[in-house]
Write a protein that binds this ligand. Structure first.
Ligand code: C2E
Ligand code: MG
Ligand code: MG
Ligand code: MG
Length: 289
């Protein structure tokens, strides 16, 4: 009986494992095509000065324009992209597109922040890619920021470390993303050439409840201040959360209260006619003849 039981369970497990493996494989092959065709778009979310509400930067967040499933969030594809070594190629597109955004909108004078994963640093020569993109788009290095996870920085030894140093030398801003969720040895974080950090959204919900989260938030805000760096509280959804973040000494924030990630057209209107691809009739208009 035990044997039969075990066997049927194995079969169930085996079947779902097979399903997942098949799903992964099909997503991976679709991604390969999507990366080659650049079937992605960036949405931009404001980062603001918490006191004045002034816009200081945008974070660029990638979405996949899937032919059948619609617009997909990074959770659906970034890991698979990373495991199948497609991320450096997608990452280059993201950098070019985000710098293009800065170049296309002289009325925007802030910075644009781009997420980079550990796989893009070191072996993939991120500093060379960034240098090339800045040159091609004519955007100054001070306009670009890179968000790296704590683990990304901690793992950065040898060539990766040198890559980060070169990025800092270029004048690009480096910030730690999702701060507080990794297993950070503070000393290694402090040794990395980062000038800012983003307090993870998981802390924001607990701000103001008088518990340990509050004390951690106060301590990290003081750390940011003492390092003369840039601190952003992620995931601010309510006025109460904003008030608490300010009271804790935080200077910058991001979250639905200030704005959700939105496509470029929604922020700045439709692109000028000269920016539309040549030889194509505007949408909804029949070609003549
Ligand atoms: P992240 O860098 O921590 O980005 C913040 C995420 O929180 C975004 O999710 C954003 O839409 C969401 N968010 C912002 N404000 C709020 C809020 O007030 N409430 C709630 N509930 N959520 C909020 P998204 O766009 O799904 O991105 C998820 C993650 O995917 C990002 O986390 C980042 O780690 C990764 N990612 C996004 N774009 C890229 C990219 O171009 N390259 C790489 N390597 N990773 C990316
Ligand atoms: Mg980020
Ligand atoms: Mg984050
Ligand atoms: Mg996050």
């Amino acid at each position: 009986v035990a044997k039969d039981h075990g066997r049927s369970r194995w079969e169930v497990y085996d079947e779902s494992y097979r399903q997942r493996a098949l799903h992964r494989l099909s997503v991976e092959s679709e991604l390969r095509v999507a990366v080659a065709r650049e079937d992605f778009e960036l949405h931009y979310q404001p980062i603001v000065d918490l006191r004045s509400g002034a816009l200081v930067a945008y974070e660029a967040l990638v979405r996949w324009r899937h032919p059948e499933r619609g617009l997909l969030l990074p959770a659906e594809f970034i890991d698979i992209c990373e495991e199948s070594h497609l991320l450096p190629v997608l990452g280059r597109w993201v950098l070019r597109e985000a710098c293009g955004f800065v170049a296309r909108h002289p009325e925007f004078t802030g910075q644009v922040f781009v997420n980079v994963s550990p796989r893009q640093i070191g072996a993939a020569d991120l500093s060379r890619v960034v240098g090339d993109v800045l040159e091609q788009t004519g955007v100054g290095a001070h306009r670009l920021g890179l968000e790296i996870t704590e683990t990304g920085v901690l793992q950065a030894a040898g060539s990766a470390r040198a890559d980060l140093e070169r990025l800092a030398d270029l004048g690009v801003t480096l910030v730690l993303d999702d701060f507080g969720t990794g297993y950070s040895a503070l000393s290694s974080v402090l040794a990395a050439p980062v000038t800012g950090l983003k307090l993870d959204r998981s802390f924001t919900a607990r701000l103001g409840d008088g518990g340990a989260g509050d004390r951690i938030s106060v301590a990290i805000a003081a750390l940011v201040d003492s390092l003369d760096s840039y601190g952003v509280v992620e995931g601010i959804e309510t006025e109460a959360a904003r008030t608490h973040a300010v009271a804790h000494g935080w200077t910058h924030g991001q979250g639905w209260l200030f704005g959700r990630p939105a496509p470029e057209q929604q922020i700045y209107g439709t692109p000028a006619p000269e920016q539309q691809p040549l030889g194509r009739a505007p949408r909804g208009q029949q070609p003549l003849g």
